[in-house]
Design a protein around this ligand. Sequence first.
Ligand code: KIV
Ligand code: ZN
Length: 387
Amino acid sequence: MNDRVYIFDTTLRDGEQVPGCQLNTAEKIEVAKALEALGVDVLEAGFPISSPGDFNSVVEISKAISVPIICGLTRALEKDIDAAAAALKYAKRKRIHTGIGSSDLHIYTKLKSTRDKILEQGVRAVKYAKKHVEDVQFYAEDAGRANLEYLCNMIESVIDAGATVVNIPDTTGYNLPWVFGEKIKYLVEQVPNIHKARIAVHCHNDLGLATSNTIAGLVNGARQAEVTMNGVGERAGNTSLEETVMILYSHKHLGLTTNINTEQICPTSDLVSKMMRMPVQANKAIVGKNAFAHSSGIHQDGFLKNRENYEVIDPVIVGSMPSSIVLTARSGKHALLHRLEKLGYTFEKEELIKIYDKFLVLADSQKEVNDKDLINLINEIEPELKK
Ligand code: KIV
Ligand code: ZN
C-alpha cells in the first residue's frame, strides 16, 4: 500500500529569505498560484511579524489561494502568534508554524536559557497558537544537532499541548542521511504519543545532503517534506521540491506518493528562477538546462538507440523541453547524422565521413555546433562532396 507524503513548500518563506531574492506581494501571489497549480499541500506564505510587507503578503496569499493550507511562521512568542493569526484571517485552510531552538548550542548560546525553560516556552506557544487555529505545527529548530532524549521530551510535550505536525529540522545541514534517518526512526519508536501528529522533515543543504536527508527521514516514518522550488534558501539552500518528488516518483518501491502535478515542475521552476532573479545551475537535477542534454559520443549513441540508456526520467513527465543532443567535439557520427537528418539532409556514408572531419575541426574551435553552423558547413563543403 502507498503512503502519502505531504509537500510543504517554503519557497515564499525560507526561500525568500535569500538576499536578492525578495519578492513583492504581486510577485508572491503569482508564485503562490503556480505552487497551487503544482499541487503543494501546504504553502508557507511568510513570517508575518517580520515586516509589514511580509504580513500583507500572507494576507493577500490567503485571499488568493483556495486549495493548499496557508501557513505563517512565528517564533514561540505571543506577539508573533497574534500577528500570524491576524495575517491568516482570510485563509480557507490555515496553519500556524511556531517553534524554538532545541539543540544545546541554540538553547545556551543563542537563546541564553536552559532546556527546561525552552521546553516550557515551546509548550506555551503551541497552547497559545491553538487558541487561534486548530492546525498548529511545531518546529524544534536545529533538531539535527539536539540531544535525542531532550528532543523526544520536547516532541512528546508539544504533541500533548496540541501540535498536529512536529517539524524536525536539520537547520544547519549537518547530518548524514543514515544518522538523520535513525533519528526519525527513534522518535517514531520512543515518543509515546507520536501517532497523534505527523512528522515533518526540514533539511538544509550546507553539505549537499538536504535531499538525501529528507528521503532518509521519509523512509523512516516522516510524512511531510519541507522543500523549496529549485532548492532556494538560506546559505546553500533547502531541500529541493523537484528532487524529492521525482525521487519518490522514480522509486515506486518505497511506496511513498505525493500529490504533485509533475508536468508543472519545470514551468514552476522557470517562474521562481525568473521572479527571484536566481539562475538555476545548468547541471541542476531535473530542472537544469543540461538535465536532459547529451553531449558525448558514447552517450548520444546509446541515447539514440534507447532513451533509457542514459535517462532515468522522461523529460515530458516534468514538463521540460524534450531531451537534446548537443553537438560538440566529443560527439560521434551517429549524433551528427541524426541532426543532419532532422535538418532534412541525406548523405552517403563516404560523404558523411568527409562532413564529420570538417565538423570536428569546427567543433574544436567553438564550444557547440548549432543548426545554423551545420547548414553553413554543408553549404561550404557541398562542391567538395560532389567530387
Ligand atoms: O531551518 C529551520 O530550522 C527553519 C525553521 C524555522 C523551521 O527554517
Ligand atoms: Zn529552514
